[in-house]
Design a binder for this molecule. Structure first.
Ligand SMILES: Cc1cc2nc3c(=O)[nH]c(=O)nc-3n(C[C@H](O)[C@H](O)[C@H](O)COP(=O)(O)OP(=O)(O)OC[C@H]3O[C@@H](n4cnc5c(N)ncnc54)[C@H](O)[C@@H]3O)c2cc1C
Length: 627
C-alpha cells in the first residue's frame, strides 16, 4: 500500500518547455493537473542557447501563440534583444528571434504556472508509469508515492539517464549539473516502449569582462521591435536592448582542434548518443568542412543579471585544456575566462514512430509525450509538441475529438508528421525547407491560420478571437478596395513611377496592378493613394503579401487541395497489409510497422514508393466496390 496516493485528471512529467505548455493547456481547460520536475528552480530552463525563435523556430512560436500557448507571451516579457531575421528575403522565411534573460524567462514561466488554477507543481522524480490492460493508470515517484490519472504526458527532455561529458570527464547529471532521472527508462522499456540514445552539446560560457570588444563586430537588435505574441501590444515592447557580437574561428583554432581530435569523446567513442546534424559541435564542423577557413561565432549575453556570455557556434566536448586553447585563438577571446565548460549531454528518448499524430502512444492508451523526449531538439520544437500532447490528453479526458494539424496548416503539423511518420535517428530540428507549403505557413499570418482553432479548443479568449475575425474582414475589405481603385496616367502618378524606376503608365490601371510590380509595394503607394483608410501595419502587411504573391499563393493552394485529397483517404490502423497480395514485401513490412492513419501519411513513409500507393489505392477501391 503506497504511503501517498492522489488522483488527478492529468499528470505531466517534466516542467521544461514541453511540460510547461502541456500543463498550462490542460489546467486552462479546467482539468486537475499535476506537473513534476526534478528541480522546481529549473522550470523552463534554457540549458543551451539564450534565445527563442530564429529561422522556422520563430514560426513555431507564433503558431503556438495563435493557438493559445504561453512561450510567445513569456519571451515578450523577458527578452533583452529582438531581431527579425531574413528580412532581405521573401516573407516565407522572415523569422523573429529574441535573446532572453534566461533567469527572467524561467522565473516568469514559474510565476505563470504557480498562478494558474487547477495546476499543482511537484518537485519529485517519476520512476514508473502504471499501465493496466494497455491503458495508462498513473505514475509512481522514486519516493514511492502514487499519482493516479486519466492521462499522462511525458516531457522528460534531456534528463533520462543523462550523462554530461567533456574530454574524459563524465558526470551522471542532467544539464547544468542538475539531478538526472535514472529510473523511468526501465519502466518504459518494461512496458514495451522502444528507446533511443541521443546527444546534444553546448558551448562554454565566458566572463564578459575578459572579452576584448574592440576586436569583434557589434550586432544590435532591431530599432522597431515586433512582439512574438499576437496578444502583446507592440508599443509595450519598444525598449532599450543589449547587443550580441560576431567573431570567427581561424586556421589556428582549427589546427588545435585537429591536433586534439583523438581526445574528443565524440571521436573516441566515449559518447554513444547520436547528435543533431544541423547543430554540429565545432569539432564536427572542422572535421566535416576541412576547406572552410573560418566559422561564425556569435557571442550572446545570457541575461542582464550576469556577465556570462554564450559562445554560439562553438559547442564542444573537447577536454578543458583544449577548450581554453581553442577559444583563446578567436579574435576578442584572447584573454577569455571560462565560467562554465562546454560539454555534451546524452540522454534517453523514444523512437517517435510509436506515436499517433495526436502524440499518443499507439500501444498505451492515455499516454502522450512531447519535446526532446520525442527525439526533437530545441525549445520551440519542444514547446509546440508539449502543447499538442497536452491538448490531446485533455481532449481524451473530456471525450472530445483528437486535435491534429496537417502539413498544410502549420509548421507544427509538419514537425509532428515528420516525427511520427519518418524514421529519425538523430535529434530532429525544424527548418523552413521541411515545410512544402511554406509560402502559406508564414510567421506573419499564424493568427489568421490558427486563432479560430485555438478558440474552438477553448484556449483563446473572446477578445483575441474577435480581434482576428475583425482583422480578416479589414484585410479582405482593403484588398477589394485596391483591386477596384483606378489610377490614371496623371503627372503625379507618372512622377511617382519615375522616382521608383517603374514603367510609366500608357493608360489607367488599378492600385493592385501597381502593387504587383516587383519594384513597388502597398506601403510605397501611400504617396498616390489619396483615399487610403487608416489601417494597422499588420493588416497592411497582409494586403501587400496577398497581392504581391497572389500567383505563388494560388499555386500553393492548388497543391494543398491535392495533398488534402490524399490525407482524407483514411486507413484502418489495425489493417494487415500482407492481405494486399501485389504489394512489395518491404512496403508490407513498413506499412504494418507504421500503421499509417491515411494514404497521405503512407506516401511519406520511407520505403513506401508511389507505385505501392497506387497498388493500395486500387485495392481499396476494389474493396469499396465489393461492399
Ligand atoms: C547541454 C544541452 C545542449 C543543448 N543544445 C541545443 C542546441 O544546440 N540546439 C537546440 O535546439 N537545443 C539544444 N538543447 C536542447 C534544448 O534544451 C531542449 O530542446 C529543450 O530544453 C527541450 O525541452 P523539453 O521540455 O523537451 O525538455 P527539458 O527542457 O529538458 O525539460 C525536461 C523536464 O523534465 C523534468 N524531468 C525529466 N525526467 C523527469 C522525471 N523522471 N521525473 C520528474 N521530472 C522529470 C526535468 O526536471 C525538466 O523539468 C540542448 C540541451 C542541453 C541540455
Amino acid at each position: 500500500m503506497p504511503y501517498l496516493e492522489e488522483s488527478y485528471d492529468i499528470v505531466v512529467v517534466g516542467a521544461g518547455h514541453a511540460g510547461c505548455e502541456a500543463a498550462l493547456a490542460c489546467a486552462r481547460l479546467g482539468l486537475e493537473t499535476i506537473v513534476f520536475t526534478v528541480s522546481i528552480d529549473s522550470i523552463a530552463l534554457m540549458p543551451c542557447n539564450p534565445n527563442i525563435g530564429g529561422s522556422s523556430k520563430g514560426h513555431l512560436v507564433r503558431e503556438l501563440d495563435a493557438l493559445g500557448g504561453e512561450m510567445g507571451k513569456n519571451i515578450d516579457k523577458t527578452f533583452i534583444q529582438s531581431k527579425m531575421l531574413n528580412e532581405s528575403k521573401g516573407p516565407a522565411v522572415h523569422s523573429l528571434r529574441a535573446q532572453a534573460d534566461k533567469q527572467d524567462y524561467s522565473r516568469e514561466m514559474r510565476r505563470t504556472l504557480e498562478n494558474t488554477g487547477h495546476l499543482t507543481i511537484r518537485q519529485a522524480e517519476v520512476s514508473e508509469i502504471l499501465v493496466e490492460e494497455g491503458r495508462i493508470e498513473g505514475v509512481k515517484t522514486f519516493s514511492g508515492a502514487v499519482y493516479h490519472a486519466k492521462a499522462v504526458v511525458l516531457a522528460t527532455g534531456t534528463y533520462l539517464r543523462a550523462r554530461c561529458i567533456y574530454g574524459d570527464v563524465s558526470n551522471p547529471t542532467g544539464p547544468n549539473g542538475l539531478q538526472a532521472a535514472n529510473h523511468l527508462t526501465d519502466s518504459l522499456v518494461a512496458n514495451g516502449i522502444e528507446m533511443f540514445r541521443f546527444k546534444t552539446g553546448t558551448p562554454a560560457r565566458v566572463d564578459k569582462r575578459s572579452i576584448d570588444f574592440s576586436k569583434i563586430a557589434e550586432q544590435p537588435g532591431d530599432e522597431k521591435i515586433v512582439p512574438f505574441s499576437f496578444s502583446t501590444d507592440p508599443q509595450s515592447v519598444q525598449k532599450e536592448q543589449v547587443s550580441c557580437w560576431l567573431t570567427y574561428t581561424n586556421a589556428e583554432t582549427h589546427r588545435i582542434i585537429r591536433e586534439n581530435i583523438d581526445r574528443s569523446p565524440l571521436f573516441s567513442g566515449a559518447i554513444e548518443g547520436t547528435g543533431p546534424r544541423y547543430c554540429p559541435s565545432i569539432e564536427d564542423k572542422v572535421v566535416k568542412f576541412p576547406d572552410k577557413e573560418r566559422h561564425q561565432v556569435f557571442i550572446e549575453p545570457e541575461g542582464l543579471y550576469t556577465n556570462e556570455m554564450y559562445l554560439s557556434g562553438m559547442s564542444s566536448s573537447l577536454p578543458e585544456d583544449v577548450q581554453y586553447q581553442m577559444y583563446r585563438t578567436v579574435p576578442g577571446l584572447e584573454q577569455v575566462k571560462i565560467v562554465r565548460n562546454a560539454y555534451a549531454i546524452e540522454y534517453d528518448c523514444i523512437n517517435s514512430l510509436q506515436l499517433n499524430p495526436s502524440l499518443e502512444f499507439k500501444k498505451i492508451k492515455g499516454l502522450f509525450s512531447g519535446g526532446q523526449f520525442n527525439g526533437s531538439s530545441g525549445y520551440e520544437e519542444a514547446a509546440v509538441q508539449g502543447f499538442m500532447a497536452g491538448v490531446n490528453a485533455a481532449m481524451q479526458v473530456l471525450g472530445r475529438d483528437a486535435f491534429v494539424l496537417d502539413r498544410s496548416q502549420a509548421y507544427i503539423g509538419v514537425l509532428i508528421d515528420d516525427l511520427v511518420t519518418k524514421e529519425n535517428h538523430e535529434p530532429y530540428r525544424m527548418m523552413t525547407s521541411r515545410a512544402e507549403y511554406r509560402l502559406l505557413l508564414r510567421q506573419d499570418n499564424a493568427d489568421l491560420r490558427l486563432r479560430e482553432i485555438g478558440y474552438e479548443i477553448g484556449l483563446v479568449d473572446e477578445k483575441d478571437y474577435h480581434y482576428v475575425k475583425e482583422k480578416e474582414q479589414l484585410i479582405e475589405k482593403e484588398i477589394q478596395r485596391v483591386e477596384r481603385t483606378q489610377v490614371g496616367a496623371n503627372p503625379k502618378v507618372q512622377q511617382f513611377l519615375e522616382t521608383h524606376g517603374s514603367t510609366l503608365l500608357k493608360t489607367g490601371t488599378t492600385l493592385a496592378e501597381l502593387i504587383r510590380r516587383p519594384e513597388l509595394d502597398y506601403f510605397m503607394l501611400t504617396e498616390i493613394d489619396e483615399n487610403r483608410p487608416v489601417i494597422s501595419e499588420e493588416v497592411a502587411e497582409q494586403v501587400n503579401i496577398s497581392i504581391k504573391y497572389e500567383g505563388y499563393l494560388r499555386r500553393q493552394k492548388q497543391q494543398v487541395s491535392q495533398f488534402k485529397k490524399m490525407e482524407s483517404k483514411k486507413l484502418d490502423q489495425d489493417f494487415d497489409y500482407s492481405k494486399v497480395g501485389s504489394l512489395r514485401k518491404e512496403a508490407v513490412q513498413k506499412l504494418n510497422q507504421h500503421k499509417p492513419a491515411s494514404i497521405g501519411q503512407a506516401s511519406r513513409i520511407s520505403g513506401v514508393s508511389p507505385a505501392d500507393i497506387s497498388v493500395l489505392l486500387v485495392y481499396l477501391e476494389r474493396i469499396r466496390r465489393e461492399q
